[in-house]
Design a protein around this ligand. Structure first.
Ligand SMILES: *[C@@H]1O[C@H](CO)[C@@H](O)[C@H](O)[C@H]1NC(C)=O
Ligand SMILES: *[C@@H]1O[C@H](CO)[C@@H](O)[C@H](O)[C@H]1NC(C)=O
Ligand SMILES: *[C@@H]1O[C@H](CO)[C@@H](O)[C@H](O)[C@H]1NC(C)=O
Ligand SMILES: *[C@@H]1O[C@H](CO)[C@@H](O)[C@H](O)[C@H]1NC(C)=O
Ligand SMILES: *[C@@H]1O[C@H](CO)[C@@H](O)[C@H](O)[C@H]1NC(C)=O
Ligand SMILES: *[C@@H]1O[C@H](CO)[C@@H](O)[C@H](O)[C@H]1NC(C)=O
Ligand SMILES: *[C@@H]1O[C@H](CO)[C@@H](O)[C@H](O)[C@H]1NC(C)=O
Ligand SMILES: *[C@@H]1O[C@H](CO)[C@@H](O)[C@H](O)[C@H]1NC(C)=O
Ligand SMILES: *[C@@H]1O[C@H](CO)[C@@H](O)[C@H](O)[C@H]1NC(C)=O
Ligand SMILES: *[C@@H]1O[C@H](CO)[C@@H](O)[C@H](O)[C@H]1NC(C)=O
Ligand SMILES: *[C@@H]1O[C@H](CO)[C@@H](O)[C@H](O)[C@H]1NC(C)=O
Ligand SMILES: *[C@@H]1O[C@H](CO)[C@@H](O)[C@H](O)[C@H]1NC(C)=O
Length: 548
């Protein structure tokens, strides 16, 4: 049918050209004033427009009807349960089967046969599996058994193995494997001797193969080492670089306003930044190696701040840093840095490193997350602050000023996962967090560690919707938009996380709308006059959005 349409449009210009050249003498005739001829030509105009209209109608009809892709049917909720298993706290969301619906990658330890897949090695029991399931219905897309106890998995690394799609890095006992997240097949392996406690970072292409490379940060004999491996082949580029640090507890890769890459190392007492250029120079220090293709530079401003003895920039030194996060603001090149110390949450400018705001806290119990409470384009910060005897305050801080925008006190349990947010179409976010609103039940504090999931939207700051409850240990939790601009859900992975324990591991996806319908309305103050049904209805009307 589409072929016909193309033929049609190809034929038409030919026709009109044919019509034009012999018509020119006829046109002259019209000018000379034959009324019959004039009549004929107006009929021709009518015929021309009628056929044009018909043509356009057909084109429009077909362009809307035929190419309309069959959208995969998503189940609102699904749950997969694996018995006699334990799980890891890892959960990644990516479109693994290219159907424009997000899929879930997770890992668990199961008995031989829990996935109808045999263990690859005999010595290791129970088996560890890395599994990708479809977001639509939870069916297994691919699974692979892992030969050793898993230490970490990191997904969403672009161009791994030179592929267009993003891949995953899996690290288990000195064995790093790059995996194609679409099929689960191995892209490359790297057997380095480092102990990699923390995730890898993506760095620009250093070996000139047009594929971005990967920096691994680990330790050997208590010293922090950086190993750079080719993103395409997994081969180490140069040797281990030793920036002269120890006891590093975390890192981020940071790009300054001039586009220079720095690795920021978090130690207990401070944060130090090292230019990637210098780290690469340490790795490729052998004479004869060709580094002319390495397009790296040092930021002029940061170069001035560099301590010539240690070669590092002191990014932060006013307190013991527990969390170091980057806070991106649309349209601002260097991301700002959010630091959590034992006593405060502080935002520093990503270029000048000056403090933007600082807020006192008691004890932050989870890594802060970002969301938009107001729609000023600056992400706001959700902090869970433990205030003593099993109570926590969930606080939303204005990302521009640090001022408290919203807070609630609730009972906390040690198993609560960190909050999660999902953007709504009004440039704000829906906030989801776990706990138990105080005074809800008069019974003695739940003996069986029950956790409730609450939904907050800034349009209704006095209302929380209680969506779900769980007595299981929650290993991972994430709010996710499964399809572009629609199907807002959350993914929940529950079950024992210790290797020695086994129990029922379950992975579930639940649509927010479904849970809102069944939710309980919790009023934080008695002011608002809406009925529970009205509240639920307005939450059901919320439109979600993939972009902030
Ligand atoms: C397990 O796999 C075998 C062969 O791979 C297949 O014949 C069998 O039906 C599978 N069982 C289940 C429960 O999927
Ligand atoms: C896994 O189970 C199969 C039979 O279901 C058995 O043949 C195999 O030896 C078992 N493997 C291990 C490592 O227990
Ligand atoms: C699950 O969804 C996938 C596509 O996402 C589809 O190919 C498969 O047939 C579905 N399975 C079931 C049991 O519906
Ligand atoms: C890494 O070690 C495994 C065995 O532990 C071996 O099978 C594999 O070939 C090694 N890979 C490389 C690139 O050395
Ligand atoms: C590493 O540090 C720990 C304490 O921080 C110490 O006990 C251990 O001996 C050190 N190991 C080496 C190889 O230096
Ligand atoms: C280094 O590589 C570049 C291109 O990749 C080449 O032009 C240059 O001649 C090489 N230099 C040496 C010393 O090999
Ligand atoms: C530079 O680093 C050295 C070694 O880390 C340290 O002793 C010295 O105090 C630093 N200098 C400044 C100005 O911070
Ligand atoms: C924060 O705590 C510091 C002491 O740790 C205190 O000097 C300061 O006044 C406090 N700020 C606020 C706003 O409470
Ligand atoms: C909780 O702490 C307050 C003081 O902060 C104290 O008065 C109260 O007795 C404590 N409650 C319990 C159950 O420990
Ligand atoms: C957040 O802080 C900025 C900067 O101080 C201020 O302009 C804005 O009004 C604040 N937003 C809210 C909702 O308080
Ligand atoms: C809570 O329990 C106490 C006694 O256990 C009772 O006096 C009180 O009325 C109860 N409050 C509510 C709101 O049920
Ligand atoms: C927990 O949720 C279930 C449904 O998911 C509900 O039946 C039950 O009443 C809830 N428990 C509490 C204490 O709210």
């Amino acid at each position: 049918m589409t072929d016909n349409k193309e033929q049609d449009t190809e034929i038409h210009p030919l026709k009109s050209e044919e019509g034009v050249s012999p018509a020119s003498p006829a046109k002259k005739g019209v000018c000379l004033g034959g009324s019959r001829l004039f009549h004929l030509s107006s009929w021709r105009t009518v015929a021309f427009f009628a056929s044009l209209f018909l043509c356009l109608t057909i084109v429009f009809a077909f362009s809307f009807i035929i190419p309309c892709p069959v959208r995969p049917v998503s189940q609102r909720t699904w749950i997969n349960t694996y018995r006699d298993s334990s799980t890891y706290t890892f959960l990644a969301v990516t479109d693994a089967n290219n159907d424009k619906v997000m899929d879930v990658i997770f890992a668990f330890r199961g008995s031989n046969g829990s996935l109808n897949a045999s263990c690859s090695n005999k010595g290791f029991s129970p088996c560890s599996f890395l599994v990708a399931v479809t977001g639509t219905n939870g069916s297994v897309l691919w699974k692979r058994s892992l030969s050793h106890e898993l230490l970490w998995v990191q997904c969403g690394i672009e161009n791994l193995g030179g592929l267009e799609a993003a891949g995953c890095l899996v690290f288990n006992s000195q064995h790093l494997t790059a995996i194609d997240s679409r099929s689960g097949v191995t892209l490359w392996e790297n057997n380095n001797t480092l102990e990699l406690k923390q995730l890898a970072v993506k760095v620009p292409d250093l070996d000139g193969d047009d594929v971005g490379d990967v920096a691994l940060i680990g330790s050997a004999e208590n010293k922090t080492k950086v190993v750079i491996v080719s993103g395409k082949t997994g081969q180490q580029i140069g040797t281990d670089a030793d920036p002269g640090l120890s006891d590093v507890s975390g890192h981020v890769i940071h790009v300054t306003s001039s586009g220079s890459y720095y690795i920021l190392f978090k130690k207990d007492s401070a944060v130090y930044g090292y230019a990637l250029k210098n780290i690469v120079a340490m790795a490729i220090k052998m004479p004869g190696s060709n580094t002319s293709n390495i397009k790296l530079q040092q930021d002029p401003k940061w170069e001035e701040m560099t301590n010539s003895t240690s070669g590092s920039v002191s990014v932060y030194n006013s307190g013991s840093v527990q969390h170091l996060l980057k806070m991106g603001i649309q349209g601002k090149t260097p991301e700002n840095l959010l630091l959590v110390t034992g006593h405060w949450v502080e935002l520093i400018d990503g270029q000048s490193l000056s403090s933007l705001w600082r807020v006192n806290i008691t004890k932050v119990i989870s890594e802060p997350v970002f969301g938009n409470f107001n729609n000023d384009g600056v992400p706001d910060v959700v902090v869970e602050d433990e205030i003593g005897n099993g109570t926590k305050k969930v606080v939303i801080l204005n990302g521009s000023s640090g001022a408290v925008l919203w807070e609630v006190e609730m009972m906390s349990s040690s198993t609560s996962p960190k909050p999660s947010t999902v953007n709504t179409a009004d440039n704000r976010s829906a906030f989801l967090f776990w706990g138990e609103v105080r005074g809800k039940t008069n019974t003695t504090v739940s003996l069986n560690q029950q956790d409730f999931l609450y939904l907050l939207h800034p349009s209704y700051p006095k209302i929380l919707l209680e969506l779900n409850n769980s007595t299981e240990n929650i290993a991972a939790f994430k709010a996710v938009l499964f399809e572009k601009s629609r199907h807002a859900c959350y993914v929940l992975l529950t079950g024992p996380t210790e290797q020695s324990e086994t129990g029922s591991v379950s992975l579930s996806k639940r649509e927010l709308k479904e849970d809102v319908t069944l939710s309980r309305v919790v009023r934080l103050s008695q002011e608002e006059g809406f009925s529970d049904k009205e509240v639920r209805d307005s939450f059901l009307m919320l439109q979600y959005s993939s972009s902030a």
